[in-house]
Design a binder for this molecule. Structure first.
Ligand code: NAD
Length: 694
């Protein structure tokens, strides 16, 4: 029984859960808990039981890796454990420190007395997985902290310190200092003073005019829950605490939990929870891989990206040297960083001391030689291979041995950039997204020669700067932007054939994208894509060029929000997109030139084309090994491209729709005249072997 220690402290049995890192309540620990409980109850020398957790946690709750496996329902499952603890003939006292969340808190709620360190972190975060607490949490918590407080705590899902519950019967005592010693003393007192066992199920919930409150809560929550069913079901579960018996309410909770487990929204959120954890693992780079110390960072280029990139490290306590070619550009870059921090200061997100410390970690320079002491140097200069060549040669000349040399390029070949140096093993792509100090995603681009140690180091560093890092192989656009190309092509094809940009945007936003493709393009600047198309055309001079409506738009100077006109028009100083008849005229002209007969598209038809374009390209790059797993692609689209979390990412969505259906639709689109819609080989392969994209 290694996952639970059983020790006797006089007449008190001390049960210490010991399943690192957070005592997740997987099958082994659940079994061990029941066995230890039986042992203590069967031992005449034991008068009371203290239940606690080793290390950082009381318990972080259910083992989510078990969720969609039979082990989740293997007896004793959590509901059984919770009932057995509550029924224990001998008093059980929970001693809570560190993390006490989800099933961990539900376990604590089933004990007869609870003592806690004031700093213990308490939460029922199931709502974040599209669920509700399913082991009695919705029934017991309101009996201790009241209906209203329990509802907002469970719907919010955020952790609170135990100290916040001072004065409620949730905790019998808050113990400063040695928690275990305090818990044993408390248990001794329960025994010697014969304090009767207090089962939470026996308490009653009282709330004057609860019907009115619950109706109010339903209306409020409906307004903010969006597509997620869990928050309203939580209200139903909490309302069930008012049933005449605990058992009735408990049965309702169990039914609602099961219903939520089966919703596509919860499946998607659970998938993303696992996806985030999986992304940090690289199949051929073991966790034991040595990491290099990163104590100082150099950033070359203080433009849009360089400034934001620098802020990530300043925030994490790592000093940064920012390099520019001209004093003026350097001053501008530093002024932008200062202004950003001042904004946070004004909003109260940063203290005066934080502001001063962060600025003190930043140094500007015009000398590449100042980078000689940096452990990591990130290049964020113009997107031009000859500029990158000059800069990487200079980096190679000044950087110390073992320094990591990174490029923030979005489109250029990282292997070629590595070849400009004499140390390609130390070169890697760190593709930040704009604004780099805000966006969660970091695409880590692994070159042919990139050392495993370098990869392990940047993955560790990504955690430190609070990014979600996803590894991509080298190809045009890596994961995110490569998939964007066919997505864009599908969106443009739709408007070329008869849809309007606003119809496409509305359909995609109704699907759940944060912003439709044409609004995104107007925001980012239509000239960016134009420049990329021109440079690609220059690279392949013989390739035939199809007249492109986006080029025609740019030729009119309609670059988007920054010029007041793009796919939409904008009032001066406003960001609200206004449909523009001039764009309709442009599209009509385009169709006339190409002899295209305008046709109508349904919103479903629009979504299918745009989303299936993402799916098909995702499957292609997965098949090529550019992404290690389907869930990595989902993380990229969730954190960098505004794909809706409740759909789980394009690859998860494809599996939910069913690959048979996806392949049939793609084949039908290909028959409509464009062979690029042919299903990716991986989709065909998965279909023939009965696998999902994984
Ligand atoms: P930018 O034009 O805003 O900034 C580039 C900066 O680099 C300028 O301030 C310029 O003075 C400086 N610079 C140029 N040559 C230099 C040199 N030899 N030494 C030092 N400084 C030099 O460009 P940006 O948008 O920040 O893009 C930088 C890189 O990041 C590009 O590779 C781009 O593809 C990539 N990127 C951009 C975005 C984005 O949304 N802007 C997103 C991801 C990646």
């Amino acid at each position: 029984m290694t996952c639970l220690q059983y020790t006797l402290k006089g007449r008190i049995a001390l049960l210490t859960m010991a399943q690192p890192p957070v005592n997740s309540l997987g099958y082994e620990l659940r079994s061990a808990l029941v066995a230890a409980l039986d042992r203590a109850n069967g031992d005449p020398a034991v008068s009371a039981i203290v239940l606690t957790g080793s290390d950082r946690a009381f318990s972080g709750g259910a083992d989510i890796r078990e969720f969609d496996t039979p082990r989740f329902m293997l007896e004793p499952h959590l509901r059984t454990v919770v009932d057995l603890v509550e029924q224990s003939a001998k008093p059980v006292i929970a001693a809570i420190h560190g993390v006490c969340m989800g099933g961990g808190l539900e376990l604590a709620l089933s004990t007869h007395f609870r003592v806690a360190s004031p700093s213990a972190s308490i939460a029922l975060p199931e709502v974040k997985l599209g669920l509700l607490p399913g082991a009695g949490g919705t029934q017991r918590l309101p009996r201790l902290i009241g209906l209203e407080a329990a509802l907002s705590f469970i719907v919010g899902g955020q952790p609170l310190p135990a100290a916040q519950f001072k004065g409620t019967p949730l905790f019998n005592e808050l113990i400063e200092g040695d928690l275990i010693a305090g818990a044993i003393t408390f248990a001794e007192r329960v025994v010697s003073e014969k304090i009767p066992i207090q089962r939470v199920r026996d308490l009653k919930v009282r709330y004057p005019s609860h019907e009115a409150f619950l109706q109010f809560a339903r209306n409020m929550i409906k307004g903010v829950a969006g597509p997620y069913p869990a928050p309203l079901k939580i209200v139903d579960a909490i309302a069930a605490t008012l049933k005449p018996t605990f058992a009735e309410g408990d049965a309702i909770e169990q039914r609602l939990f099961t219903e939520l487990m089966l919703t596509p929204e919860s499946r998607a959120l659970r998938h993303l929870f696992q996806a985030e954890r999986a992304a940090s693992k690289i199949p051929d780079v073991p966790d034991t891989t040595a990491m290099r110390a990163i104590a100082s960072v150099g950033v070359i280029g203080a433009g849009t990206m360089g400034g934001g990139i620098a802020m990530n490290f300043l925030n994490a306590g790592i000093p940064v040297i920012l390099i520019e070619t001209k004093q003026e550009a350097l001053d501008r870059g530093i002024a932008t960083i200062t202004k950003n921090y001042q904004g946070s200061l004004l909003k109260g997100k940063l203290t005066e001391a934080d502001f001063t410390q962060r600025m003190a970690r930043l140094r500007g320079s015009l000398q590449m030689s100042d980078l000689a002491t940096c452990d990591l140097i990130i290049e964020a200069v113009f997107e031009d291979i000859s500029v990158k060549e000059t800069v990487f040669k200079a980096m190679d000349a000044v950087a110390k041995p073992g320094a990591i040399l990174a490029t923030n390029t979005s489109t250029l070949d990282v292997n070629r950039i590595a070849s400009f140096t004499r140390r390609p093993a130390d070169v890697i792509g760190l593709h930040f997204f704009s604004p780099a100090n805000v966006m969660k995603l970091l695409e880590v681009v692994r070159g042919q020669a990139t050392a495993k140690e370098v990869l392990a180091t940047v993955m560790g560093l990504a955690k430190k700067i609070k990014k979600i890092a996803v590894v991509a192989g080298v190809c045009d656009g890596f994961i995110g932007n490569r998939m964007l190309m066919p997505y864009w092509a599908a969106a443009e094809d739709l408007i070329a054939r008869g849809a309007t940009p606003w119809q496409v945007d509305q359909a995609m936003e109704a699907f759940g994208m944060v912003m439709g493709p044409f609004r995104v393009s107007d925001l980012a600047g239509n000239d960016i894509g134009w420049a990329i198309r021109k440079s690609r055309a220059a690279l392949h001079p013989g390739r035939p060029v199809k007249p492109n409506v986006a080029d025609a738009l740019c030729e009119l100077g309609r670059f988007g929000q920054k010029t007041g006109k793009g796919w939409y028009r904008y009032e001066a100083g406003q960001r609200a997109p206004i449909p523009d008849p001039d764009v309709i005229a442009l599209l009509d002209q385009h169709r006339k030139t190409l002899g295209i007969q305008a046709r109508a598209f349904t919103d479903d038809g629009i979504v299918t084309r745009c989303v299936y374009a993402l799916i098909n390209e995702g499957a292609k790059l997965l098949g090529e090994g550019i992404a290690a797993r389907a869930s990595d692609i989902d993380m990229v689209y969730l954190t960098g491209y505004g794909f809706p979390a409740y759909r789980g990412g394009p690859m998860h969505y494809a599996n939910e729709v069913g690959l048979f259906q996806v392949a049939r639709t793609l084949t039908a689109l290909a028959k409509d005249g464009d062979s690029s819609w042919e299903p990716a080989p991986l989709i065909v392969d998965c279909l023939s072997t009965g696998r999902a994209l994984s």
